[in-house]
Design a protein around this ligand. Structure first.
Ligand SMILES: NC(=O)c1ccc[n+]([C@@H]2O[C@H](COP(=O)([O-])OP(=O)(O)OC[C@H]3O[C@@H](n4cnc5c(N)ncnc54)[C@H](O)[C@@H]3O)[C@@H](O)[C@H]2O)c1
Length: 351
């Protein structure tokens, strides 16, 4: 997405009817999130799952048996044999560079899960690969594709935004989830922890909604539910303040120590305020003195898939709301937040 393209310009994500021919889709990394994307693929009559690749052969085989197509443990072999029209990259962020290079070198469009990489140096290496081998691609910031977000932004497009107040609460630090969820999420040295892996969705949304970059950041955190230890080096509860270059101020609170999955984003503008419930797919508020309320079945994962399918068919990045260089800017914000958590200082992100 070009830097200047703000959320308020509402790019279209509708699937194209340009071609009736089915697109061949392959997945690299067949863990938890790949299941969500495989369901979206199944829901699209114009897509055909042709391959599943995982370094763990049993996982690749199970995925292929459940979802269709053949199983592989070598991504290059899958690309060369199946010749997919689109790859969904669902590996952990520590394993992004090679699969992106394999796809880019073969000019295969690629959907890349967030966060874009595990370190800023690696993110810049990937950027260089995508510059050398330009290919249709998208990074999985699905909040940008939510219909409730789109609708809310349309409603307040003529109202000057003043503040965003948002939170995301979930039970990932509670014993049951800690047992069930893959280890890398909890290891800050691998995934970047709560901020880089999960809060990134909301910090990316802030950049998208405000159409501005962070000028200053300050964050505080604690681990009062699950103290830090080698298996849990992530921060568990954080509060983050941002001042954007256009003066909008933002407060994001995030905890893994809450018994339910819950999240809201509140937009406060001159003459309008809206409170968006991301899990319920609804918002409520007031615009120019009129009460507004909206609720819609909303599947951002499906809409973001439809956007890259459209992009792949039309050989155009126009439907994509988050390209790799833009995603790296959100990633840089989260790294600055992690530095602030460690130092307590007010910082500016480095990109
Ligand atoms: N957008 C979202 O809402 C969302 C939600 C959950 C996870 N994610 C992201 O998706 C990614 C994967 O998360 P997950 O929960 O599915 O993890 P997971 O551990 O369940 O699955 C990852 C899979 O990738 C495989 N893998 C690792 N290296 C590989 C390689 N080089 N080639 C092929 N396969 C490889 C692993 O064996 C594993 O099966 C993470 O980056 C995570 O942040 C995004």
């Amino acid at each position: 997405m070009p830097k200047s393209k703000s959320a308020r310009s509402s790019p279209s994500a509708s699937p194209s009817a340009a071609s009736a021919e089915k697109l061949k889709v392959a997945i690299i990394g067949t863990g938890g999130i790949s299941g969500t994307h495989a369901k979206s693929v199944k829901a699209c009559a114009d897509l055909d799952m042709v391959g599943s690749c995982d370094i763990i052969s049993e996982k690749a085989e199970k995925a292929a048996a459940d979802r269709g197509g053949r199983a592989y443990t070598n991504a290059e072999e899958m690309l060369d044999k199946e010749k997919p029209d689109l790859v969904l990259l669902c590996t952990p962020q520590m394993a992004r560079l090679d699969p992106i290079r394999f796809c880019a070198e073969r000019r295969v469009p690629i959907f890349i899960e967030k966060p874009p990489a595990d370190t800023l140096d690696r993110a810049h290496e990937i950027e260089a690969i995508l510059k050398k081998h330009p290919v249709i691609h998208s990074v999985g910031f699905m909040c940008r594709y939510l219909k409730i977000v789109e609708r809310a932004l349309r409603l307040i497009k003529d109202h000057k935004l003043i503040m965003m107040r948002q939170y995301y609460f979930c039970p990932m630090a509670l014993p049951e989830d800690f047992k069930r969820i893959p280890r890398f999420y909890y290891k800050k040295e691998l995934s970047g922890g709560l901020v880089v892996d999960q809060a990134i969705h909301f910090l990316d949304l802030v950049r998208y909604v405000t159409a501005s970059e962070a000028a200053e950041i300050q964050a505080f955190g604690n681990n009062l539910q699950h103290p830090k230890e080698p298996e849990f080096s992530s921060d568990e509860t954080v509060t983050i303040n941002l001042r954007m270059k256009n003066q909008v101020v933002v407060s994001h609170t995030h905890t893994w120590a809450y018994p339910k999955w819950q999240s809201e984003v509140e937009l406060i503008a001159v003459g309008a305020h809206l409170r968006i419930n991301l899990f319920a797919g609804s918002f409520k508020g007031e615009v120019d003195g009129v009460q507004v309320e909206y609720s819609k079945e909303d599947n951002g994962y499906l809409t973001e898939l439809q956007a890259i399918v459209q992009a792949a068919r039309e050989k155009s990045m126009a439907p994509i709301r988050s390209d790799f260089p833009d995603a790296v800017k959100s990633f840089a914000v989260t790294l600055a937040i992690n530095r602030s958590l460690e130092s307590g200082e007010r910082l500016v992100p480095e990109s």
